[in-house]
Design a protein around this ligand. Structure first.
Ligand code: NDP
Length: 304
């Protein structure tokens, strides 16, 4: 059994990105974060993303609004960032307060700056296997983990647990596409799936993203399975100062002896999500450069 070291893989991606950004001669990529309210997890996630951006040489700008902000004010800020030529990527930290519709907010971000990959157009491009779109960071991180861990997917049965817009559904789409990693036979399961264990037991690769601590037990997987555990769940642990520990959706201790490869929690998919956000930001930056170059070229060719 091999433990897939998400920290190490994310670290090598961060180094690759830092090298690339270091070689940029003039301007540097810029990512804007919008945070609404003071949810401690959101505060900590954004801080972490800013720290990694800083290490890579990506400038980050943070815009914070109170949790009672009205939609118009929030959207005015997004519009301003959409128009700002210096800003390449925009990320709205979820969850948003209940009075603000998340899908509408994500769609307000220009699809060219949607480094989170949540815009309807980018999700559509993923369905059409059009690689010009942005893929949501966690599923993109899963693909990169699978690729760099040399997990075979072609012709294999991949079972995805969870059908959310941000993880399960895009992960299933990525695994079924005509590409590598991909070309798999995919089964997408959710809370209404019947005889779940009989399906998970068929998985060559199991991607678990349901938000239920230690849900997948040893009797739910077959010998040799590759396990990608996306879940991040807080469970009570009085032995720790914080009073809790993080566990995945898979009962790691029970499943590891049957698995050929498995991601730990923490230190598996989590660090990959941030690395892929930075990857998307650099892509957005390069795409902006190409668009500006084409525009300049067209303007120079215009007859006087
Ligand atoms: P959601 O709550 O949006 O979706 C959960 C999905 O799991 C739903 O499709 C739900 O089914 C399904 N589900 C819930 N219970 C069961 C069950 N008993 N059996 C089968 N399916 C079930 O969660 P997210 O996708 O946002 O997140 C999933 C997990 O991944 C969470 O622990 C989250 O913290 C973590 N996460 C980790 C990230 C990372 O960077 N590592 C990033 C994002 C999320 P239904 O649709 O029927 O309700």
């Amino acid at each position: 059994m091999r433990i897939i070291d998400g920290n190490a893989i994310a670290e090598s991606i961060i180094e690759e990105l830092a090298n690339e950004v270091g070689q940029l001669s003039d301007t540097k990529p810029v990512v804007a974060f919008i945070r609404v309210g003071d949810d401690p997890a959101s505060v900590s996630y954004v801080r972490k993303k800013q720290k990694i951006a800083d290490r890579i040489g990506i400038e980050s700008r943070l815009y914070v609004f109170p949790s009672n902000v009205c939609k118009e004010e929030l959207f005015a800020q997004i519009d301003e960032l959409n128009k700002d030529n210096e800003v390449n990527g925009i990320l709205i930290q979820a969850p948003l307060p209940e009075h603000i519709d998340e899908t509408e907010t994500f769609n307000r971000v220009s699809h060219n700056k949607d480094v989170d990959g949540f815009h309807t157009l980018n999700i559509g491009k993923l369905c059409q296997e059009d690689e010009s779109g942005f893929v949501a960071c966690t599923p993109a991180g899963i693909v990169e983990l699978i690729k760099r861990s040399e997990i075979e997917t072609q012709g294999k049965h991949i079972v995805v647990l969870g059908r959310s817009q941000i993880v399960g559904k895009p992960a299933a789409l990525l695994m079924v596409r005509k590409a590598l990693p991909g070309n798999a036979t995919v089964t997408l399961c959710h809370s209404r799936t019947q005889n779940l264990a009989s399906i998970t037991c068929q998985a060559d690769v199991l991607i678990a993203a349901i938000g239920r601590p230690n849900f997948v037990t040893a009797d739910m997987v077959k010998e040799g399975v590759c396990v990608i555990d996306v879940g991040i769940n807080r469970v009570k642990d009085v032995s720790r100062k914080s009073g809790y520990k993080l566990v995945g959706d898979v009962d790691f201790n029970a499943v590891e002896s049957k698995a050929s490869q498995i991601t730990p929690v923490p230190g598996g998919v989590g660090p990959m999500t941030v690395a892929m956000l930075m990857h998307n930001t650099l892509r957005a930056f390069k795409a902006t450069k190409i668009r500006s170059f084409i525009l300049m070229l067209l303007l120079s060719l215009r007859p006087n």
